[in-house]
Ligand binder design. Structure first.
Ligand code: ADP
Ligand code: MG
Length: 530
């Protein structure tokens, strides 16, 4: 694809200066396609993967089109979270920093509304906010809509996923009919297309096709393992690759919570992000991740989407995503802004088929890697310790320890013997502490067990009977006697439920599990999923 420079857009000098200051030279594909159309005043639906520069795709035209001599609100941008609202407002302010008189305001839940009202009273051409809070301000008339000429729905798919539909509908209905309506989203489910057709006029649909989406600098690989080995292997990979910042993706909230607890127990600085957290909790986790007081973020797709952190050098698919498009979004979290990055995926049983889909979809080959062994780990520790010793020798700061060595030498021991003994002490202490957990994993057995298929069980009870995941899980563990970590996916439908377990547990459950939440149930092997 041909490269296009921002200069070609003939923007105002001040705006071009702001863009150059950001270090942007060429437009990203979505920017090259979208910016000229938005500048013309047309409605658009823009779809491109996370991290492809969608913010500037609407931010630049907005800065070009608003009238800085008026302080009335002329452009409104809706974002799914506080975090993203701040990020977008920040990026637009930076782009517009040489345009005098431009004010960008962010309004979101969680911050005292009075403070925002004060800021809004002073005026600003561009307001960025979460749907609920924007709606609040419209009701209070602290956001006046009469002069709004542009509305942007950023990460529209996520806002819909998060249940903001009614709020957004309210906001849309307050806006003048004469306006430009812009949608940006990483995916375009039918619901959004339908919503767009209600509020847009003859929109241009701009899509950056998936083939260009894969981030080429990311080294991709996969590991084949059993479900119960995942945390152990994850720990080993974290120790070996020692990432500056890592994101670990799980498919469910429950997994996120479990894994965070397991990693913390193992002494890692990890925390989790998922849709059930309150905004203030999310903010706290993100702040810790940004400042490096945690270096491992465990997240679900929805929670991690749109988060813009540049230094992530390792992405782990602890669970392989259902949708190949999500895979692309996930691995796009690393190798940003020209940095190096790695993306590793854990593959259990049936995931093999999903992996094939992903490779086809992304048009790349994902290499299989051998699982890191205990030997690899010891080798790694040895290398690390030798490095540390060399570093210390170079510092030549031995203090009272040199006297202790002198004593031994006077007694006739060689420095070689002394050093070897100390090293032995040190290695035993450290390796034992650090890899205490490792010894519990019997690798040989696990490898052999890999051939054991996961069994999908059918249970004739579902959400219509008030059944929730926790009821199923409690029954499997307490009544069925199956360890929690043997239980895989639980899919609850209206009248029945599917549960993934290993073959042994399946047999046991069919025999033992007679009731769930007091109701009689039948458990049987379901037909394998296609
Ligand atoms: P998206 O909204 O598509 O997920 P962002 O707008 O958050 O992506 O952009 C991701 C990162 O890329 C940001 O750090 C942004 O500053 C940077 N970026 C955007 N456009 C360009 C460009 N043309 N050249 C270089 N970096 C860019
Ligand atoms: Mg974005």
């Amino acid at each position: 694809m041909e490269k296009r420079r921002f200069e070609e857009l003939n923007l105002s000098k001040e705006l071009q200066m702001g863009i150059s200051d950001m270090g942007f030279e060429e437009m990203t594909p979505i920017q090259a396609k979208a910016i000229p159309v938005v500048l013309e005043g047309k409605d658009i639906i823009g779809q491109a993967q996370t991290g492809t520069g969608k913010t500037a795709s609407f931010g630049i035209p907005i800065l070009e089109l608003v009238d800085e001599d008026s302080i009335k609100i002329q452009a409104l941008i809706l974002c799914p979270t506080r975090e993203l609202s701040i990020q977008v407002a920040d990026e637009i302010s930076k782009l517009g920093k040489y345009k005098e008189g431009i004010r960008v305001l962010a309004v979101y839940g969680g911050q005292p509304i009075e403070r925002q009202i004060k800021a809004l009273k002073k005026g600003g051409q561009i307001v960025v906010g979460t749907p609920g809070r924007v709606m609040d301000h419209m009701r209070r008339k602290t956001i006046r809509t009469g002069n709004i000429r542009m509305i942007v729905l950023d990460e529209a798919d996520e806002m819909f996923d998060m249940g903001f539909r009614d709020d957004i509908e309210f906001v849309m209905q307050q806006l003048p009919a004469e306006r430009q309506t812009i949608f940006f989203s990483a995916t375009m489910p039918k619901e959004i297309i339908k919503f767009a057709s209600k509020y847009q006029r003859d929109p241009e649909i701009i899509k950056v096709i998936p083939k260009e989406l894969t981030v080429p600098r990311v080294e991709q690989a996969y590991f084949e393992l059993d479900e119960h080995m995942k945390t152990e292997i994850l720990s080993r990979l974290l120790d070996i690759y020692n990432p500056k910042l890592a994101i670990v993706f799980c498919n469910t909230k429950r997994k996120v919570d479990e894994l965070v607890a397991q990693l913390q127990t193992r002494g890692y600085f990890a925390d989790g992000l998922h849709g059930d957290l309150r905004q203030s909790q999310r903010d706290r986790v993100m702040a810790k991740f940004r400042t490096g007081s945690i270096d491992i973020l465990v997240a679900t797709d929805v929670a991690a989407r749109g988060i813009d952190v540049d230094d992530i050098d390792l992405v782990i698919n602890y669970d392989l995503p259902q949708d190949p498009e999500y895979y692309v979004h996930r691995i796009g979290r690393t190798a940003r802004a020209g940095r190096e990055g790695k993306a590793f995926s854990f593959i259990v049983g049936r995931d093999k088929n999903k992996l094939r889909d992903i490779q086809r979809y992304t048009n790349t080959k994902i290499a299989r890697k051998d699982l890191p062994t205990l030997k690899d780990m010891e080798e790694l520790s040895r290398v690390n310790i030798l490095e540390k010793i060399k570093e210390e020798i170079n510092k030549q700061d031995f203090g009272k320890y040199s006297k202790m060595v002198d004593l031994l030498i006077e007694e006739g021991f060689t420095s070689f013997d002394i050093a070897a003994v100390l090293l032995k002490f040190y290695m035993n202490e450290n390796l034992n502490l650090k890899h205490r957990e490792l010894d519990k994993v019997d690798f040989g057995r696990s490898q052999a067990k890999r051939s054991q298929e996961i069994t999908r069980l059918y249970i004739n009870i579902g959400s219509k009977s008030g059944i929730r995941e926790r009821h199923i899980l409690a029954a499997l563990v307490k009544d069925g006697g199956v360890p929690k970590d043997r239980v895989g996916e639980i899919d609850i439908y209206d009248k029945f439920t599917f549960v993934d377990v290993d073959a042994d547990s399946a047999k046991q459950l069919i025999k033992r599990l007679k009731r769930i939440k007091g109701r009689k149930v039948k458990v049987e092997v379901s037909n394998p999923r296609k």
